[in-house]
Design a protein around this ligand. Structure first.
Ligand code: NAD
Ligand code: DAU
Length: 353
């Protein structure tokens, strides 16, 4: 028995693989293209763990997918692989269409071919879980109720449009071909191994480096933060017990404005690693030009997942953000390599890729 994980060298994927091996122990085939966001150093704790097999490759490579599926016969595939950064999608949308739309299509077709040839009992138990985002639902006004699974899709950025397209493909492959799919739509994650292009790790690292903490626009945009390990436990639960063809929203019930998030990080750093001049890190906050088309508010109603599958997040924002800041302080080697691009050289040296 094994599972195939795609994008398992990225932020959420690597946390998922590490937690999976710890909690479930079933072998993982980890297929990742190692884009700028993929980092094998995040998986270095598994270097001598023969339950983890890393494969450098693209979800858009149909021949490779067929080979992996027939060679390892996974009982499930979990698709994390994507281009994930909204700002990058605004500057260069092409890769987002390539991986998030065409890549998902190619993956679905390879899985359909594999699944349809499985013996009846294995075909019945097989699952494809697609990891998606709350951004597909668009933007909320201040008094609107949080997104439920029945909200209409109203994506506003090239990133969210590409994820919405992939969700529609997954849905269609279930309804048309009967593929046993599950989709999760999650809110903003944070925690260990988060690439420092995203708000929380960027602010922690810039603060420590004495750099400005850039706040887009007025900083009053709201995100609903979920500690990454809670996301991983939700995915495990949906994989285990989710109803076929269903979608499940995953969120942390932690709506915060960006400014609140940044002030909280500054206060924790003031306590754990005070500036040498005795001033608060909050003094580094700098308002910069807003993101084009910036969604004002996301919030997730995660009650379906709680009601039907009994999942609830374990962390509050206060506990999760403290753990996260501490992790970055304790893992300066990882931080240094990611920030300097050294991890690319390391991957080359270590793996010849
Ligand atoms: P990430 O950018 O940190 O990692 C993405 C990983 O996918 C990287 O390791 C990258 O090398 C790999 N990848 C990219 N293109 C690939 C391809 N064509 N073939 C194989 N591998 C490829 O992203 P993340 O934050 O870990 O997000 C993982 C998934 O979760 C994405 O699908 C994202 O849309 C979704 N999601 C993320 C968040 C969040 O807050 N980070 C929230 C909700 C949903
Ligand atoms: O909602 C889920 C989504 O969360 C995921 O689908 C995406 O993959 C993930 O990247 C994340 O998207 P966001 O755009 O919400 O995350 P980001 O960390 O880029 O930005 C969070 C908020 O902070 C957002 O309102 C923009 C703002 N921001 C971001 C950066 C990088 C700033 O104010 N300054 C910054 O420098």
């Amino acid at each position: 028995m094994a599972i195939l994980v795609t994008g398992g060298a990225g932020f959420i994927g690597c946390n998922f693989v590490i937690d999976w091996l710890e909690c479930i122990g079933e072998p993982v085939i980890n297929l990742d293209k190692l884009t700028y966001a993929g980092n094998l150093q995040s998986l270095s704790a598994l270097n001598s763990d023969n339950r983890h097999l890393f494969v450098n490759g693209d979800i858009g490579d149909s021949a490779l997918l067929k080979l992996l599926l027939s060679k390892y016969s996974p009982r499930a595939v979990i698709n994390f692989a994507a281009e994930s950064h909204v700002d990058r999608s605004i500057h260069a949308p092409s890769e987002f269409i390539q991986t998030n739309v065409l890549g998902t299509f190619t993956l679905l077709e390879a899985i359909r071919g594999y699944w349809s040839e499985l013996p009846e009992d294995e075909r019945r138990l097989f699952r494809f879980l697609h990891v998606s985002t709350d951004e597909v639902y668009g933007s909320l006004l201040p008094g609107d109720p949080p997104f439920t699974e029945t909200n209409a899709y109203e994506p506003n950025s090239p990133y969210s449009a590409s994820k919405a397209a992939s969700d529609h493909l997954v849905r269609a492959w279930h309804h048309t071909y009967g593929l046993p799919v599950l989709t999760t739509n999650c809110s903003n994650n944070y925690g260990p191994y988060h690439f420092p292009e995203k708000l929380i790790p960027l602010v922690i690292l810039n603060a420590l480096a004495g750099k400005p903490l850039p706040i887009y626009g007025d900083g009053q945009q709201v995100r609903d933060w979920l500690y990454v390990k809670d996301h991983c436990s939700a995915i495990r639960r949906v994989l285990e017990a989710g109803a076929l063809g269903e979608t499940y929203n995953v969120g942390g019930w932690n709506e915060k404005t960006n400014l609140e998030v940044v002030h909280t990080i500054c206060a924790i750093l003031d306590e754990l690693q005070p500036r040498t001049d005795g001033e608060s890190y909050a003094g580094q906050i700098t308002f910069v030009q807003d993101r084009p088309g910036h969604d004002r508010r996301y919030a997730i109603d995660a009650r379906k997942l709680e009601r039907e599958l009994g999942w609830k997040p374990a962390e509050t924002f206060e506990t999760g953000i403290r753990k996260t800041v501490q992790w970055y302080l304790d893992n300066q080697g990882w931080v240094h390599n990611v920030s300097s691009g050294n991890y690319r050289e390391w991957v080359n040296q270590q793996y010849g890729i």
